[in-house]
Design a protein around this ligand. Structure first.
Ligand SMILES: Cc1cc2nc3c(=O)[nH]c(=O)nc-3n(C[C@H](O)[C@H](O)[C@H](O)COP(=O)(O)O)c2cc1C
Length: 432
């Protein structure tokens, strides 16, 4: 049953993944006040390395200390911390797996309690109950600087023992927001046609490849669709994949959605802004598999799909169908770090799916489809907070705490995030 899942996979750069399971990127929120890795990263990643996935991808590591996705992000931006990165990389590779650093810029999706004026392609604000400031449109010099920063951070990843990088261009963060006509209203070479909207991503990949050499894995995380009216569409995605075909990408991870339409986690945002969900997607275990099937027809690089996969049979079928080469898993590994090992050995047929229980009510005002945005958000953030809390426990060497409720997790989430934000000491970091 698990024949393909357990098979190694050779990437275009020559590196071989020991099997087809990947722990997808999950922001850890474990950095110190100077945004450096800590021993908790090492504990967490040692557990995941021993858990059997052939590939581990870290959570967002930011290339710009000013604009974080969360206050507990690790950043690589003049803040030292190289020994801590080395300890993290050593622990995350103890079992001989690959460990790739996800490198990222949050763009306009940096909350007010982190930065009051974030940055984006244009000054289009993220409208989520006032939680995000109006972004400032980047100048061309800043874009060129960020392209070099992606490359520099990738070199640091390589030098400190990470075995690859993933450039985050999904979920509405900076590179992803350049791809979308809703957030990118530029009229210069970085906006307008899909060639222009994808220029930042393509240049970041080129600079990174040039800096790290031909034998170091570079992956990209890309939305199959933003699911937002007037936004980055599936047709845009297919074009971007074709543009990326010649760029030496080792693995393209397919996801979807943004903070406004959090389909990456199986949720929907405001109905009036959304494009409809396809019925065939609703019926499938993995959220983006049918998109991957279309992408496969134009892609020349290996593909990975993340989101919703839970059963060994579903994963095996997706591999056999030929649409994907690697299966990404997120939430199940927050409570059970050895899920990959168990799926591969056949000891587990279905990974846990606590997210299905993590709703305040199945229907009515308190449900995840509530017409009241605040209540819908409590469900999404409470569920997310539940998983963050489990990650903290794994990082402290403790077992998961499965009995936490959604509302309690929501409250804990805010206390932890605001507490971490208050401790940040970015002003103490030397020149960027
Ligand atoms: C706690 C948590 C943190 C996440 N952080 C990130 C992140 O830093 N970068 C990223 O690309 N995706 C992030 N994601 C999305 C996951 O990589 C993945 O796409 C999503 O969880 C769907 O996969 P799953 O259904 O197997 O959980 C996060 C998801 C969760 C639950």
């Amino acid at each position: 049953m698990t024949a393909l899942l357990a098979q190694p996979f050779k990437l275009p750069c020559g590196v071989t993944l020991p099997n087809r399971l990947c722990k997808a990127a999950m922001t850890e929120g474990l950095a110190d006040p100077l945004l450096r890795a800590t021993p908790r990263h090492a504990t967490l990643y040692r557990r995941w390395s021993e858990g059997g996935a052939g590939l581990l991808i870290t959570g967002n590591v930011m290339i710009d200390r000013r604009v974080l996705e969360r206050p507990g992000n690790v950043a690589i931006d003049g803040n030292g911390g190289l020994d801590e990165l080395r300890a993290w990389a050593r622990a995350g590779t103890v079992a001989g797996n690959q460990l790739w650093m996800q490198i990222s810029h949050a763009g306009r999706q940096s909350p007010r309690y982190v930065v009051s004026h974030p940055m984006g392609p244009s000054d289009v604000q993220l409208d989520l109950l006032g939680g995000y400031g109006r972004p400032r449109a980047l100048t061309e010099d800043e874009i060129l600087d960020f392209i070099q920063r992606f490359a520099r951070v990738a070199v640091t990843a390589r030098e400190t023992g990470f075995t690859g990088v993933q450039i985050h261009s999904a979920h509405g963060y900076l590179l992803s927001s350049f791809l979308s006509p809703v957030t990118n209203r530029r009229t210069d070479a970085w906006g307008g046609s899909i060639q222009n909207r994808s220029r930042f991503l393509v240049e970041a990949v080129r600079a990174t490849r040039k800096a790290v050499g031909a034998d170091f894995p570079i992956a990209i995380k890309l939305n199959s669709d933003d699911f937002r009216k007037g936004g980055f569409t599936h047709e845009d995605c297919l074009q971007v994949v074709q543009i990326l075909n010649g760029e030496g990408v080792d693995l393209l991870e397919i996801s979807g959605g943004t903070y406004e339409q959090p389909r990456l986690l199986g949720f929907e945002g405001r109905a009036e802004d959304a494009t409809p969900r396809r019925e065939s997607t609703r019926l499938r275990e993995a959220y983006f598999l049918e998109y991957a099937e279309a992408i496969r027809k134009v892609a020349r690089m290996p593909l990975m799909v993340t989101g919703g996969f839970r059963t060994a049979a579903g994963m095996e079928l997706a591999l056999q169908g030929g649409a994907v080469d690697v299966i990404g898993l997120g939430r199940p590994l927050c409570t059970h770090p050895d899920v990959p090992k168990q799926l591969l050995s056949g000891a587990m047929q279905e990974a846990p799916a606590y997210e299905k229980q993590l709703v305040m009510a199945r229907s009515g005002l308190l449900s995840p489809t509530s017409p009241v945005l605040l209540l819908k958000l409590i469900n999404v953030l409470g569920g997310q907070g539940w998983y963050y809390h489990q990650l903290y426990r794994l990082a402290d060497g403790k077992p998961p705490r499965l009995g936490l409720g959604v509302f309690g997790s929501f409250l804990r989430y805010w206390v932890a995030e605001l507490g971490t934000a208050m401790k940040l000491r970015r002003d103490k970091i030397g020149a960027a």
